[in-house]
Design a protein around this ligand. Structure first.
Ligand code: GDD
Length: 329
């Protein structure tokens, strides 16, 4: 069985590849890589996958990747995924996320293939959710609050349209926040953990820089999330959309408190105005009963464990000495 993962060098992509290699017999995993992609997550895959140099924004490149891999399943994870960057570079976020998917769809059509394609949507699509709309079901209105969220709504709707117009076997997932070791350091739980690991090593003063602590998010461990993605493509119904979430929300302030309990260092918390967004999604708590009923999925790893694993990851990664040139973030 041939499987293509776009974004395989990223956080979720590397976990998904690991999961498939261990759980799916006789699968061959292909992944797209750009010349400037991060490669540190590839160390976990130990040469067991086939990398295809490809820029999905280029149609001919996307088409060549499909010709080379001839997949039965495509997991489309490649994206500009940081909400803050989308405010600084909206055009790049929109074009990367939308065009890449369009090119995959058009190449699939041109080549007459019929793979099952997972489109990785996001809870960010729901955006501004009212208090009487919680937990959020798939029927909630989409009220995106960032260019990133608009790009994900567009990807989602494009998938809906290609399913209806051309019968492409598309499964749309709307994943709520997911995390674990290897998570990019820009995201809140990973960023705070890295700061704490640096404080523990004396690399920064014992002050945790934070942004908006009032937002609520619903966290699934990445290892539970990639299991869900496989169930989505094997048991989900093409054309359908599924929330993937735990149903439990944590305020970002609670994450700070949970992390403080995992360290012996006394830490002060300080608001950093540069970490505030032009608009922030106040609350995302998901109802994933549609997905659970269809696939039998349920999350297994508690958030406390995820956070502890992330902190340990950074404890191993943060150097003992500050680098000669340090970028503080
Ligand atoms: N990044 C960051 N850094 N966020 C902070 C900070 C900080 O120092 N302080 C507070 N926050 C708040 C943000 O304002 C936001 O409300 C919340 O923490 C989570 O921010 P992120 O971790 O950046 O994630 P996100 O929720 O915006 O987006 C993530 O989840 C989406 C699914 O809901 C990303 O992984 C998206 O790609 C994903 O689609």
């Amino acid at each position: 069985m041939d499987i293509l993962i776009t974004g395989i060098t990223g956080f979720v992509g590397s976990y998904l590849a690991e999961y498939l290699l261990s759980e799916v017999p006789d699968c061959r995993i292909y992944g797209t890589i750009r010349w400037r992609s991060r490669t540190e997550n590839l160390e976990y895959l130990n040469g067991k996958i086939k990398l295809i140099e490809c820029d999905l924004k280029d149609y001919s490149s996307a088409k060549a990747a499909l010709e080379q891999s001839h997949p039965q399943y495509i997991f489309h994870l490649a994206a500009q995924s940081f909400v803050v960057t989308s405010f600084h570079a909206p055009a790049d976020t929109l074009s990367t996320n939308i065009l890449s998917q369009l090119n995959i769809f058009e190449a699939v059509r041109a080549l007459g293939m019929n793979p099952v394609i997972q489109i990785a949507g996001s809870s960010e699509e729901y955006g501004l959710v009212k208090s009487d709309e919680l937990p959020i079901t798939e029927n909630n209105p989409l009220r995106p609050l960032s260019p990133y969220a608009v790009s994900k709504v567009t990807q989602d709707l494009l998938a809906f349209q290609y399913f209806h117009s051309y019968k492409l076997s598309v499964i749309r997932t709307r994943a709520f926040n997911h995390s674990g070791p290897r998570r990019g350091h820009v995201f809140v739980e990973s960023n705070f953990s890295r700061q704490i690991a640096e404080i523990e090593k004396g690399l920064r003063p014992p002050i945790l820089k934070v942004g908006n602590l009032t937002a609520l998010r619903d966290y699934t461990d990445v290892r539970d999330m990639v299991r869900a993605y496989w169930l989505a493509v094997t048991k989900g119904e093409p054309g359908e959309v599924y929330n993937i979430a735990t149903g439990k929300g944590y305020a970002i302030s609670e994450i700070v408190e949970m992390l403080k309990k995992l360290t012996r260092v006394e830490i002060k918390v300080e608001e950093d105005p540069s970490r505030m967004r032009p608009s922030d999604v106040p609350v995302l708590i998901g109802d994933s009963s549609k997905f659970r009923k269809r696939t039998g999925w349920k999350p297994e790893i508690p958030f406390e464990q995820t956070l502890s694993n992330i902190l340990d990851y950074w404890r191993q990664r943060v150097p003992e000495q500050p680098p000669a040139v340090q970028k503080i973030s």
